[in-house]
Design a protein around this ligand. Sequence first.
Ligand code: GDP
Length: 478
Amino acid sequence: DEITVGELASRLKQTASNVIKKLMGLGVMASVSEVVDYDTAALVAEEFGAKVEHEVHVTIEERLFEDVADDPGVLEERPPVVVVMGHVDHGKTSILDAIRKTRVTAGEAGGITQAIGAYQVEAGGKAITFLDTPGHEAFTSMRARGADLTDIAVLVVAADDGIMPQTIESINHAKAAGTTIIVAINKMDKPQANPEQVKEQLTKYELVPEEWGGDTICVPVSALTGQGIPDLLENINLLAEVKELRANPNRRAKGAVVEARLDKGQGPVATILVQNGTLKKGDCIIAGTAVGRVRVMRNDKGEPIETAGPSTPVEITGLTEVPAAGDLFEAVADERLARELADQRAAKQKEEQWGSYQKVTLDNLFSQIEEGERKELPIVVKADVQGSAEAVKQSLEKISNDEVRVKVIHAGVGGISKSDVMLAAASGAIIIGFNVRPDPVAKAEAAQAEVELRMYRVIYDAINDVTDAMKGMLAPKI
Ligand code: GDP
C-alpha cells in the first residue's frame, strides 16, 4: 500500500510540485519518483479535499473462479464417494472386485470392464462412486494436496484376524478427514470367523456397533462368496441419505484429480472426480499447473460421454501436462487467464524448489554427511506412471534418519528431461529414474552440470542404494 508522489499527484489531479509542497508541510521530503506510504498519501489527499481508499487487489484466482455459494434451493442429491480401507490382506481389493461384479447382475452393458481408477455401481436405484485405490496412504496423500474427496470409508476387517495395526491407522486417517466409517467384517465364509470379537475390538476405537447401541454400521460380508455385499451397498446408501449429500449440477465443474498418467498416443490422461457442477466436453479446466480443454471424456466403462455431473468419475484428455493425484481442478471461462495462473503456479513451485546446495552424488553423500556438510539429500524422481512416482517418493522419504533427511523435491511422470536436470542442478539433487530414460539433451546437460542420474527398474534397488549411500556402504560402481 504505497504510491509514488507522481502517481499520487496525477490521481489528485494536482501538479507534482503542489503535492511535494504539501508533503514538505507534513515534514516529508520526497521527490516525484519516490514512494510515500498509505497514511501519508491519505493526509495529503485530505488537504486537497479528496479521500484515499485502500486498493482492492483482485487475484487471478478471484477473477478466474466462479466463487459463488450455491443457493440451497438449487442443490440436488448426489451419489456418495466411497473409499475402501483396512489392514493388508483383509480383503480390500477383493471387496472392490466383488462390488464391481454387481454391475453385471445389474445388467450394465459394460459388464466388469473398467478403464479408470474409480467406478460407479447402482444399488436400490441409486449410484455409489467407489475410488479404486484401496488404502489410507493414497487417501491421505490426496488430502494433503487439498482434495477431500470421500464421504464414506468402508473399513475392511477380516473376521478371522480382527483389528490390526493398519486397521487402526485407517480408523485414524478416516477420523482425521471427518469421513464416516462403515465396517465390513470380511471373510465370513471362513470357519474361524469371529465377528463378535471384531465388534468388541472396534469399541476400543470409539466405533460402537449399532446393535450395541452405538452408531457404527457393521456388515458381515464375504468378498469370496459375495455374501453380504448387497447389504453393504444398501447400508452405504442409507448412510448417504443421512448425510444429505448435495451438489449443484448447474454450474461449472470443480473437483479433484484421482490419478493421472502420460499416454504415448493421447498425452496426459487424468481420472478426475467431479465434486460439484457439470463438466462438459470442450470445457477449459485448470488442475494444478496443467491447463487445457477437455478433448475426450470417458466414463468408468471407457465409453465416450459428453457431460459428467457431481460425484461422477471420468477420464479426460487434453491437458498440457500430467497433473498430480489430489490436485484440485476447476472448469473456467477464460482460458488465457487460466494459462496465466498455471504459469504463476509453476513459477512459484520452481521458486520453492530451487535452492543452492552443494553437488551431491550417492558416492560422496556419506563423506558430506560425516563432515556435517549435508543434512538433506534432495532427489528428483521420474517414473513411467504416476503411481510409481508416488510410491518411489514415499519409500525414499521414509529412509530419512537422524543425520540426513531424504527429500523428494519433485516426482513426475515421463522421461528425464532437460528441465529435470536443471532443477536437480540448481538444488544439488540427484535424479532417480524409474522405468524411464533420459533424453539425449538431458543426458548431455547432466554430464555438464555434474548431476547424477540413476536408473532403476525395481523400487527395492533404488531404496537399497540410497540407504547404503547414507551409511557409506555403497558398493563401488563397476
Ligand atoms: P487387501 O490386501 O486388503 O487388498 O486384500 P486382498 O483383497 O488382496 O485379499 C487378501 C487375501 O484374502 C486374498 O488371498 C483373498 O483371496 C483373500 N480373501 C479376501 N476376501 C476373502 C473372503 O471373503 N473370504 C476368504 N476366504 N478369503 C478372502
